[in-house]
Design a protein around this ligand. Sequence first.
Ligand SMILES: Nc1ncnc2c1ncn2[C@@H]1O[C@H](COP(=O)(O)OP(=O)(O)O)[C@@H](O)[C@H]1O
Ligand SMILES: [Mg+2]
Length: 226
Amino acid sequence: MSAILEATNISKIYDEGAVRTQVLTGLDLSVRPGERIAIVGTSGSGKSTLLHLLGGLDTPTSGEVWLHGKCLNHMNETERGLMRNQHLGFVYQFHHLLAEFTAIENVAMPLLMRPKVSTADARNQAIEILENVGLGHRLEHRPGELSGGERQRVAIARALVTKPSLILADEPTGNLDYDNAQSVFAMLSELQNTMQTALLMVTHDRNLAALADRQLLLRNGKWEQY
Ligand SMILES: Nc1ncnc2c1ncn2[C@@H]1O[C@H](COP(=O)(O)OP(=O)(O)O)[C@@H](O)[C@H]1O
Ligand SMILES: [Mg+2]
């Protein structure tokens, strides 16, 4: 089947006055539907930069990113935002939930950004997915009233509630202890598998990386033999 995400010859240079930092050099990547890819690399190797470019949160210095047959490079911010909302889910190392909102409200938010979704529909879908991640008993809790593992589950529910075709996850278990990391990853895998969502995950943990279909090693902004 054809790729859902295709990146060709991606380079990124941060240019700040006298300081010029080449972070990524000529990277190619292609993600097929439902595929699970793990990216590993030491701190500073460009993993987060790459995920931002692939997710249309930043633009490459050169090279192209294609999502569902559309090139993200030349879109304006509104168009890119629509593509993100329609096709992508993001999970970060630190949950990025909004402190003043409940679990349901946080998870419903990406649905409420869509023009034709009612509040009731969004809430119902949020409840359903929160139940799927084992948080049916924490629906009205705010992030500050949840454990680290529970917050990551809410973050994953929020990323998946829109039924994206690809999840971009930047160290999603990096802030959790071993047992929580295992169970959060198992839950993410199971949902990803049932929903046929592709997963591109940055991780430090080679044991978790081994569970993916494909492993990629980023070193100094280039792919190396894993
Ligand atoms: N906005 C920026 N301006 C300048 N340099 C940056 C910027 N963001 C990241 N970098 C540099 O790019 C390199 C890669 O960063 P990053 O993608 O965050 O790495 P990783 O996620 O693999 O730890 C680092 O050396 C970092 O200092
Ligand atoms: Mg990073």
